[in-house]
Design a binder for this molecule. Structure first.
Ligand code: SF4
Length: 371
């Protein structure tokens, strides 16, 4: 078995979807009663048949999260370095065909942003760029990592998928975590949403987590963009992917995200709407299926929703985020990748977390622990 692609190709989207929608309340009750859940149990937990069991799912999810992670929520913040992008993605404000002013932060501008982020209390930063290999490439990432490494104990990256050799070059520069979302596992729809640029190569993206595992990355994050396709089926494939990776690259840690499509300038309407109740169902299903995986929630979600899900299984949360390069200090008014929903400050979010009996933690993994 060389990569996840070999497993993925043994599945058929329509049959998988039909098997999820065929799950019954008996399947859900079984999935809730056993200790070690299979992928078939996960299907039951995300199926429409599980909707009446939401309270029970929430209680189990909360209990499993407390047992594994305790009463802590890790805090992180995105730092957008560049909005230059040569890809067309139908759902993104930075898409190549979207006429926006393009910008890549200079070292001095990066340090201005870092100053604000540090003043907010953050010690874990997520570097984000579009995909423009002429301007934002491995050498640029090395320079950025060198520059900011003394200021953060954990550095994550959400940029274009890279080759194995690139990841192997970046980890000694202090790269701890890489997020790479498949967007959708529906091959044909993926093609529709990514008509131009390197991102249109579905297989290269699908095999990126394998390259990260081979590069011994400390942690990787998976997920899909909810709204592009049937979320139950897409999230089943995410669980399948996670299951495969955990067995093969068992020294790596994993996190999952569940971003719902957000409005942006010139934006795409979601093909599939996911209600708040359904998102709670998904969060609980992921946790009940896998008690080790970190579950991460961004400021895409509303204040009210975020306040209510903190205790249900979430382990990582962002607050005070800007989704434009220079958004904290350099150019606050430039165009965002997508609209933020929860605009509260990190301190306000920290107070909400504390009011629920949990502790916000600003420091995740410390590089010195690996030496
Ligand atoms: S999602 Fe990423 S790759 Fe696609 S247009 Fe936006 S920045 Fe570029």
């Amino acid at each position: 078995m060389n990569s996840f692609k070999d497993i993925f190709e043994t599945y058929n989207w329509d049959e998988t979807k039909a098997s999820i929608y065929a799950k019954t309340s008996a399947d859900v009750e079984w999935a809730l009663s056993v200790e070690n859940r299979t992928l078939e149990d996960f299907k039951a937990l995300v199926s429409p048949a599980a909707a009446p069991y939401l309270e029970q799912m929430a209680a189990i999810s909360q209990q499993l999260t407390l047992k594994r992670f305790g009463k802590v929520i890790q805090m992180y913040l995105p730092l957008y370095l560049s909005n230059e992008c040569k890809n067309i993605c139908t759902y993104c404000g930075f898409s190549y065909d979207n006429k926006v002013k393009r910008k890549t932060l200079s070292p001095m501008e990066i340090m201005q942003e870092v100053g604000i982020i540090k003043a907010m209390g953050y010690d874990h930063v997520l570097l984000v760029t579009g995909e423009d290999n002429e301007n934002v490439h491995v050498d640029y990432f090395k320079k950025v990592l060198d520059l900011i490494r003394p200021h953060f104990s954990h550095i994550s990256m959400e940029v274009q998928p890279l080759d194995l050799g690139d990841y192997q070059q970046l980890t000694p520069y202090g790269l701890n975590t890489v997020l790479v979302y498949q967007e959708t596992y529906h091959r044909e729809d993926y093609r529709k949403h990514h008509p131009k640029g390197k991102k249109s190569n579905f297989d290269y993206r699908l095999e990126t987590p394998d390259r990260l595992g081979q590069a011994n990355i400390h942690k990787m994050g998976l997920g899909v963009l909810i709204g592009l396709e049937d979320w139950r089926t897409d999230c089943f494939f995410t669980a399948l992917h996670l299951n495969y990776l955990e067995k093969k690259y068992w020294q790596t840690k994993y996190s999952l995200s569940f971003p719902r499509l957000r409005p942006f300038s010139g934006g795409l309407e979601p093909k599939v709407e996911m209600s708040d109740r359904e998102l709670v169902q998904l969060i609980c299903a992921y946790r009940i299926f896998n008690s080790e995986v970190e579950l991460s929630m961004s400021t895409r979600e509303s204040e009210n929703f975020r306040n209510h899900v903190i205790k249900l299984g979430i382990t990582n949360i962002s607050a005070g985020s800007k989704t434009n390069p220079g958004g904290y200090a350099v150019e606050p008014e430039s165009l965002e990748q997508f609209e933020i929903s929860d605009e509260r400050s990190p301190e306000q979010i920290a107070r909400v977390i504390r009011s629920q009996g949990y502790e916000p933690v600003w420091k995740d993994w410390d590089n010195s622990l690996a030496q």
